[in-house]
Design a binder for this molecule. Structure first.
Ligand code: FES
Length: 122
């Protein structure tokens, strides 16, 4: 069980929802289920509109560091993923700050998800 807290200026207040352990849904699917208004256009890792900032909470090492190839490309093209940050993510399990909600698989860890409400804007 993981707590996922969504925070955005377009929401009246932060919303914390529970993600079920073993569920392999994307963060975007979880957000939609709870009517969290993360912008999304392609829902396939190509447009960058679902840009989010993820902060892992608690003292445990981060789990959700895997980035899909589409996510790597889209974040890189949009200037949100440098080569150095990607190298660190892949070699040291240090998760990048910016992710795509439609590519991020929710794991059993508590996270804070921040988004602006504007497509592709942090
Ligand atoms: Fe297009 Fe996520 S909705 S990249």
């Amino acid at each position: 069980m993981a707590n996922v807290t969504f925070s955005s200026p377009v929401m009246a207040k932060d919303v914390t929802v529970y993600a079920v352990a073993g569920d392999t849904k994307t963060l975007l699917a979880l957000a939609k289920k709870h009517e969290i208004p993360i912008p999304c256009q392609c829902q396939d890792g190509e447009c960058g509109s679902c840009l989010i900032k993820v902060t892992v909470l608690g003292d445990n090492p981060p789990l959700a560091t895997h980035l899909t190839d589409k996510e790597k490309l889209t974040l890189s093209v949009n200037g949100k993923l440098s080569k150095a940050v990607l190298d660190k993510a892949e070699t040291k399990d240090s998760p990048p700050q910016y992710r795509l909600a439609c590519q991020y698989i929710v794991r059993d860890e508590d996270i804070l998800v921040e988004f602006s409400g504007e497509p592709g804007v942090e």
